[in-house]
Design a protein around this ligand. Structure first.
Ligand SMILES: Cc1ncc(COP(=O)(O)O)c(C=O)c1O
Length: 381
């Protein structure tokens, strides 16, 4: 049996403790026992989101909460500005169009971050814009968009909300929702939250809740007002994903015990080490602006297909990383280091990358990337 390693940007590995917690006998979602679980989760999610407001939970992949973010705040014929700097930026536009929300696209070169000035310009050109939709971290390019600055830009405009997809960002680096004026903040369970896929989360600012009151898009399961009302009674509106919620309670307790500061510091260090290794191997980052701490997106060396790197790592060595998506396919590969990942996972991935690059004809000195990573992770000692 081949040993498997998961270094992809979601799903990410899960700790044995969380796996065991999720294997506990099922409890009824309307039982007082489950209400206690939910009470703890509500508090833990507020800590994670750094918000005073309720964070809603849905049984869905992250896209479910993205869809709900649009359908609960906007109406058909409203206009949204969509920052399209990668695959997931495009998704915002697709969701809007599915519900008759008009889209103004702000295209950003893949590998670059949007500038607040470009957003401000669009707002000036299109005063009808009611929402700015963006990724905190565009997973397809490894770039962080400047959502703090966008929050500043929009905070005093009561008619425009900032909708942020933080599916691969929340729990990786600081995104204090209230302090940064992020109006709608979406995430999913299968990345930094160290859980299986299947839960989607969304926090809303007071301003966003005002938008919910007038939204006329069709909605049923993803009804934010209804879900909030239930949650305030420590219930879900429908049958909760009980086992995943038990895992979530465990993970949130762990993050609170560890503290957000330490969690962010860990991701920062793993990312720095991976990026140092990449430089030592003579490779370049794909992310020209604001490379994220969640993953390292690497340009495939000339003459080497990025998909081959991914394939060889997976098929020969049992290591799953991610390739490029859409226009970046074949040109890049991505090593994730978020969630339940530690120093020696990164060392393993770099060591394997060295081996595979050599096998594909890009000659590197074995151990040179590993050494660079170790120097960051453990100092010179
Ligand atoms: C930034 C971002 N947005 C959206 C998604 C889609 O999430 P899901 O596949 O959970 O629906 C992902 C998943 O990789 C993501 O990284």
């Amino acid at each position: 049996m081949k040993k498997r390693y998961l270094m992809a940007p979601g799903p990410t590995p899960i700790s044995p403790q969380t796996l065991l917690a999720m294997a506990s006998p099922i409890i009824h979602h309307r039982a007082p026992e489950f209400a206690e679980v939910l009470a703890e989760i509500r508090q833990g999610l507020k800590y994670l989101y750094q918000t005073k407001n309720e964070v809603l939970i849905f049984a869905a992949s992250g896209t479910g909460a993205m869809e709900g973010a649009i359908t609960n705040t906007l109406s058909p014929d409203d206009t949204a500005l969509v920052v399209r700097g990668g695959k997931f930026g495009e998704r915002w536009g697709e969701i809007c169009e599915a519900y008759g929300v008009k889209v103004v696209n702000l295209d950003v070169e893949w590998g670059r971050a949007v500038t607040p000035a470009a957003v401000a310009e669009q707002l000036q050109l299109h005063p009808e814009i009611k929402a700015v939709c963006v990724q905190a971290h565009e997973t397809s390019t490894g770039v962080k968009h400047p959502v703090q600055e966008l929050g500043e830009l929009l905070k005093d405009r009561p008619g425009v909300i900032l909708i942020v997809d933080a599916i691969s960002a929340l729990g990786v680096y600081p995104l204090p929702m209230d302090e940064w004026h992020l109006d709608v903040l979406v995430t999913g369970s299968q990345k930094a939250l160290m859980l299986p896929p299947g839960l989607a989360f969304v926090g809303l600012s007071d301003k966003a809740w005002e938008f919910v009151k007038t939204s006329r898009c069709p909605k049923f399961y993803f009804n934010f007002a209804k879900e909030k009302k239930s949650l305030e009674k420590n219930q879900g509106a429908y049958t909760s994903a009980v086992s995943l919620m038990i895992g979530l309670k465990d993970v949130l307790a762990f993050i609170q015990q560890e503290t957000l500061e330490k969690t962010f510091a860990k991701h920062w260090l793993l990312s720095k080490a991976t990026k140092a290794a990449v430089a030592a191997l003579g490779l370049e980052l794909f992310s020209k602006d604001n490379p994220s701490e969640a993953l390292t997106a690497i340009q495939a060396p000339a003459g080497i297909d990025g998909q081959q790197v991914v394939k060889l790592l997976r098929e020969k060595y049992g290591i799953t990383i991610a390739g490029g998506q859409a226009q970046a396919k074949g040109k890049i590969f991505r090593i994730a280091h978020m969630g339940y990942i530690d120093s020696f996972d990164v060392i393993m991935a770099i060591a394997a990358l060295e081996v595979v690059l050599n096998e594909l004809g890009y000659k590197v000195e074995l151990g040179s990337g590993v050494r660079a990573a170790e120097q960051i992770l453990f100092g010179e000692a």
